[in-house]
Design a protein around this ligand. Structure first.
Ligand code: SF4
Length: 554
């Protein structure tokens, strides 16, 4: 069944070049295998087949189109079979990389979890995922080693506490990022929680939005710290005070990394809280109807925004999708404060929140269960995940803070981490990801310990953490281009000239105050083995040569 749509169905214009497959211009025939698969069957329908067929008959019964395509709409990717070599030689067929196990992404919209939900994820991991769990840099939790046979029970457990894997992956609206301190931070402009709740309740799992050209990433945050990376989402609502209308949101569109990275652009309009879901719905339908579908690498909203420009995008949104003009609005001030929320901070209500750092997002089911217990012992029922792969515990009474900080440290979650632990992030990498070229998670964890030893003498001199983002391939899931030291996994020449795992280096990228993409210096590559030496040299040189107030990204 083809997904329903209310796209304007105009006749195709005569063009000199082939069309981009835009539905709104009348191109409805699929122009590649991904588009064909989505047209053949709405990917959301695969849930029923998993529950009624595949979970009973096992992995080998799964239709290949479901396995490598539609399963994603329910948060399921096949994970990489262990022992397959790292280099993409071109001789390995994708099927050969398939394991009979899956990665399962649990969506955590706004990063908001109750302790009961956190404990449930942890228990699911302990029972069905070999105790694996990674906090992703999009506030989700990813589990590994999942069997299709266990999915009906896993969904029953997750959905029993209000969690979901619906559209956690696939060409659809992914998790909505939000400020991890929404509703509690003393400095917030507006609490984004009601807007995120309305978007997810009304539109996630809506079949009319489940066939987008590619993934669609959203961010809604009323924090003046821009703590849900609004610069690099397809649509972002950024808290701002309007001089006449009060608190609301500035609307940005068209951000994204991967290849051809772009920062989101402002449309110059102010959106009140009660209109966010409607405006979000308008933007996502523009993407569905006008987004490019011919080539996968051009099928993100950023390409349409680049071609149209902000003015035309706003005009189409207002005239074709909302049927009314939006209010002009001011730009929010660029933040100058850290946005990772680590440490102990006062809430509006006299309690505190505690931000604690994992090692590159790697935790375990057992750790999540123990964090939930420790938070509850301290009287809290709320935790949050962050876009820096951290965990926050909210609502901690003043007398409970020290005990909880100590309990979290005992679980490997540090509220006062070294600058190196604080600044390192990593994507999934070759351990589980079929697209990976090199290892990332374990390499990042080793690197943290290595830098803590090597640079112990200068730790106090590092005012701002140096961000080091390890990515297993060019897809930039861990934000290669916006780190101080962005590392893109690839095979590089080793000391004897043979190709070995390593990274292309992007230097000096950043967000907020330092928004911009890192410089990719020609031939600037480092082997995985030499990474510690390289970072040490670079950081020492920066500290030796920096001028007063100069940040690494400058
Ligand atoms: Fe996989 Fe590449 Fe994304 Fe890392 S950056 S998770 S290796 S696709």
């Amino acid at each position: 069944m083809a997904p329903s749509t209310d796209a304007p169905n105009r006749p195709a214009r005569k063009r000199k070049t082939r069309g981009e497959g835009q539905w709104a211009l009348g191109y409805r025939e699929p122009l590649n295998a991904n588009e064909r698969s989505k047209k053949d069957d709405n990917p959301l329908n695969v849930r029923e087949r998993i529950e009624t067929i595949y979970a009973h008959r096992g992995f080998d019964s799964i239709d290949p189109g479901d396995l490598r395509g539609r399963f994603r709409w329910w948060g399921l990717y096949t994970q990489r079979a262990p022992g397959i070599p790292g280099a993409r030689t071109g001789t390995i067929e994708p099927e050969e990389l398939d394991d009979s196990y899956f990665m399962l992404r649990v969506r955590v919209d706004g990063g908001a979890l109750t302790t009961e939900q956190l404990r449930t994820i942890g228990e699911v991991s302990q029972t069905y995922a070999r105790d694996t769990a990674d906090i992703t840099d999009r506030q989700n939790v990813q589990l590994h080693w999942i069997r299709v046979e266990d999915m009906p029970t896993i969904w029953e457990k997750l959905e029993g506490v209000g969690l979901s894997t619906t559209e956690a992956c696939g060409d659809c609206p992914r998790v909505v990022l939000g400020s991890p301190v929404a509703g509690v931070a003393a400095d917030e402009v507006i609490d984004g929680t009601p807007a995120i709740d309305e978007i997810t309740e009304r539109y996630i799992g809506d079949p009319s939005l489940s066939n987008l050209p590619r993934k669609f990433k959203s961010s809604v945050s009323g924090s003046p710290r821009w703590d849900s990376v609004p610069e690099i989402n397809d649509v972002s609502f950024v808290g701002v005070e309007h001089p006449e209308h009060g608190p609301g949101y500035d609307l940005w569109v068209g951000g994204g990394l991967s290849t051809n990275p772009k920062l989101a652009v402002r449309l110059g309009t102010w959106v009140p809280q009660e209109d966010v879901a409607e405006v979000w719905h308008g933007v996502v339908r523009i993407f569905r109807d006008y987004g490019y579908r011919r080539l996968r690498h051009r099928a993100r909203l950023k390409f349409l925004v680049t071609d149209w420009g902000a003015e035309k995008f706003r005009e189409v949104l207002e005239t074709e999708y909302l049927g009314r003009a939006l209010v002009d609005g001011p730009a929010p001030a660029t933040p100058t404060t850290a946005r990772d929320h680590l440490g102990v901070h006062p809430q509006q209500d006299g309690n505190f929140y505690i931000g604690a750092k994992s090692a590159a997002g790697r935790v375990s089911g057992s750790t999540l269960v123990e964090v939930a217990k420790a938070a509850e012992r301290a009287g809290s029922r709320r935790v949050r995940t962050t876009v820096e792969q951290n965990l926050l515990v909210l609502d901690v009474a003043p007398g409970e803070v020290d005990g909880l900080v100590s309990d979290l440290a005992g679980l490997g979650m540090h509220a006062d981490p070294s600058p190196w632990r604080r600044g390192v992030m990593a994507c999934t990498g070759i351990e589980f990801c079929k697209l990976a070229i090199v290892e990332t998670k374990e390499r990042a964890i080793d690197l943290i310990g290595d830098l803590e030893r090597r640079l112990a003498d200068i730790q106090g001199d590092v005012r701002d953490p140096v961000t080091i983002n390890l990515n297993g391939c060019p897809n930039a899931c861990a934000r290669t281009q916006v780190a101080d030291i962005g590392l893109k996994g690839q095979m590089v020449p080793g000391p004897d000239g043979a190709q070995v795992p390593g990274y292309q280096v992007h230097l000096g990228g950043g967000l907020a105050l330092d928004a911009g993409f890192g410089r990719k210096l020609r031939g600037h590559k480092v082997t995985s083995e030499e990474l510690g030496d390289y970072v040490e040299r670079l950081v020492r040189r920066y500290l030796d040569q920096r001028t007063e107030g100069e940040r690494f990204a400058q």
